[in-house]
Design a protein around this ligand. Structure first.
Ligand SMILES: Nc1ncnc2c1ncn2[C@@H]1O[C@H](COP(=O)(O)OP(=O)(O)OP(=O)(O)O)[C@@H](O)[C@H]1O
Length: 206
């Protein structure tokens, strides 16, 4: 079981504190929503949890079965889907999926063929990503994050660019693959996180 523990986490840019004093324990098997208005600091906190940004104060610990993980090792335990994440535009969909799952193991009982069918993008298997619509790219990001065999999945604005059908597809994806994971979702749209058991309101930490 993987746990992420935040102790008195604060982050500032220059002189401006974005948030301070966040204490939180994220436990595998649970889902958490990080909520707040535009610019409140949700993505900043997610980057800290991902360990791609360091906190200005406080400490973050990653525990696997109660044992402290090295920060560098945490990367193999986590997947991310976010609007600011770039896909390799020159790759075809198949090339991108093969590349991605060459360094992140795919979940059991899943393979490339099943993944293309899950995405509903069999017709675009050999199309280059640069010709994908924004919704097709978003589905691809979500499927890559949720179908990697990592215990932690971080999603930032998961339904951005998705239409109504895409939002239903997202809910099914979470239902099918989200159980037993530690799911953290940054959002300000209820349909993206209404199934989460826990909520963290970032505005409470100003
Ligand atoms: N690298 C940076 N340098 C300076 N300020 C930054 C930097 N990154 C973020 N900020 C500021 O931190 C604040 C929080 O930004 P963040 O992107 O975390 O908000 P958010 O809650 O995710 O917003 P949104 O809902 O619009 O995605 C904003 O005021 C933003 O301008």
């Amino acid at each position: 079981m993987l746990e992420i523990v935040l102790e008195d986490i604060g982050r500032r840019f220059n002189r401006d504190w974005i948030f301070r004093g966040i204490n939180c324990r994220f436990v595998q098997g649970n889902s958490y929503a990080i909520l707040g208005a535009n610019g409140s600091g949700k993505s900043t906190l997610l980057q800290i949890i991902l360990s791609s940004l360091s906190p200005s104060e406080g400490q973050i610990n990653y525990l696997q079965e109660g044992r402290l993980l090295e920060i560098a090792d945490f990367f193999s335990y986590v997947s991310l889907a976010a609007p600011y994440q770039e896909l390799i535009e020159e790759f075809t969909l198949v090339e991108l999926l093969e590349f991605h799952f060459s360094f992140k193991r795919i979940i059991d009982d899943m393979d490339l063929k099943k993944l293309l069918s899950l995405l509903g993008l069999e017709q675009s298997a050999h199309k280059e990503i640069r010709y994908f619509s924004s919704g097709m790219k978003q589905r691809t990001k979500l499927a890559m994050a949720c179908c990697a065999a990592t215990p932690v999945v971080l999603l930032d604005e998961p339904t951005s660019n998705l239409d109504v059908k895409g939002i239903d597809w997202y809910h099914q994806l979470i239902q099918q693959f989200g159980a037993n994971k530690l799911l953290i979702i940054c959002s300000n749209q209820a349909h993206e996180y209404d199934f989460c058991q826990h909520q963290l309101m970032i505005e409470g930490y100003k």
